[in-house]
Design a protein around this ligand. Structure first.
Ligand code: NAD
Length: 312
């Protein structure tokens, strides 16, 4: 049995990770200030006592000592919103860079040997090689969010080299599924619930990206942590195909049983400043470890839409 700390464990991806860690018998401590996550996402584990929840902001103190003795820390807490990062860059820097440095300091002082970090495909900027491999260069982010994640990766690399830690960095495509509280699918569902006759689609609807079901994503993470000893490993995680935004709109409309919805495109090749219109990651490195993609983008989208509609 391992003792694992999960920052952001009450959020979307974090709570699915916690499900997997509990299922394999680990002791789990979640640190989350619940700004975006919820106790509900962890309800069964809190009730059974399988998970301990420390409600704390990583930018404050009081949580570090609780981590002492951990074997592995999964650092997922972050502000995950690309679009919002243009509106409040300082807040996103604090939450994604300063908080990551504070996590690394806590690991150093408490002697925690291993870190898993959730980075993003957006660190590649507008890559000219598609599918984009991990060794693609130059890394030129086009959003503040992406820049903060790349800064986090750089800090982690330095801490591994300086203090002898191990780290696994995952650059995610769009991860979707039940409990997701942000992203294009939620945006479309919310808009169509408010007005079933019309759907505003940001951009021209042709933005094409890779989407992956959250449970497949967690499986890929665990595969890498088990198979690659590090000390500093970087892996893409995503589907091997992409879907465009218009297809996602069609899927949401169909699953909601709507007809005659008028699409209103805001125009332009991207949805917002900092949006990368074409994203597909190479998962060759992951495949070389024996990982097999179980589900593609379109099936991930359909499953996520159904799950998100069911949960209200
Ligand atoms: P989420 O917002 O559901 O989860 C983030 C969690 O972190 C929330 O529960 C929130 O309350 C918590 N949190 C945020 N700041 C905190 C702080 N200062 N102190 C304590 N808790 C804090 O987002 P998610 O989609 O589950 O994303 C999880 C991670 O994966 C993030 O690091 C995100 O950048 C990364 N990521 C997500 C995607 C995706 O498609 N969802 C893609 C690439 C990378």
């Amino acid at each position: 049995m391992m003792f694992c700390v999960v920052t952001g464990g009450a959020g979307f991806i974090g709570s699915h990770l916690v499900d997997a860690l509990v299922a394999r018998g680990d002791r789990v401590l979640v640190i989350d200030d619940l700004r975006a996550g919820s106790r509900e996402n962890l309800a069964a584990h809190l009730e059974s006592g399988a998970v301990e929840l420390c409600v704390a902001d990583l930018l404050g103190d009081g949580w570090q000592e609780a981590c002492r003795g951990a074997d592995l820390l999964y650092h997922l807490a972050a502000d995950p919103d690309v679009r919002g990062s243009a509106r409040s860059p300082q807040a996103v820097f604090d939450n994604n860079v300063t908080a990551t440095e504070r996590v690394l300091e806590a690991m150093r002082t408490c002697g925690i040997p291993g870190l898993v970090f959730t980075s993003t495909s957006t660190v590649y900027g507008e890559a000219t090689t598609i599918p984009t491999p991990e060794n693609y260069a130059p890394l030129e982010p086009i959003s503040v969010y992406a820049a903060t994640k790349l800064a986090g990766e750089a800090l982690i690399s330095a801490y591994c080299a300086t203090y002898g830690m191990r780290a696994w960095v995952f650059r995610f495509a769009n991860i979707i599924g039940p409990r997701s509280g942000h992203g294009v699918i939620k945006d479309f569902i919310d808009k169509l619930r408010a007005d079933p006759g019309e759907l505003e689609i940001l951009g021209d609807g042709r933005q094409s990206k890779s989407y992956l079901d959250v449970r497949a994503c967690i499986g890929a993470m665990q595969c890498v942590v088990n198979a690659d000893p590090g000390p500093f490993a970087v892996y893409n995680i995503g589907s091997e195909d992409w879907v465009d935004v218009r297809t996602i709109a069609d899927t949401v409309v169909r699953e909601m049983g709507l007809e005659g919805v008028a699409y209103r495109f805001t125009g332009g090749d991207r949805g917002w400043v900092g949006d990368v219109p074409r994203m597909l990651l190479s998962v060759e490195k992951l495949r070389n470890l024996g990982w097999q993609p179980e589900i593609g983008s379109a099936a991930s989208v359909s499953a996520a839409v159904r799950a998100m509609l069911q949960s209200g």
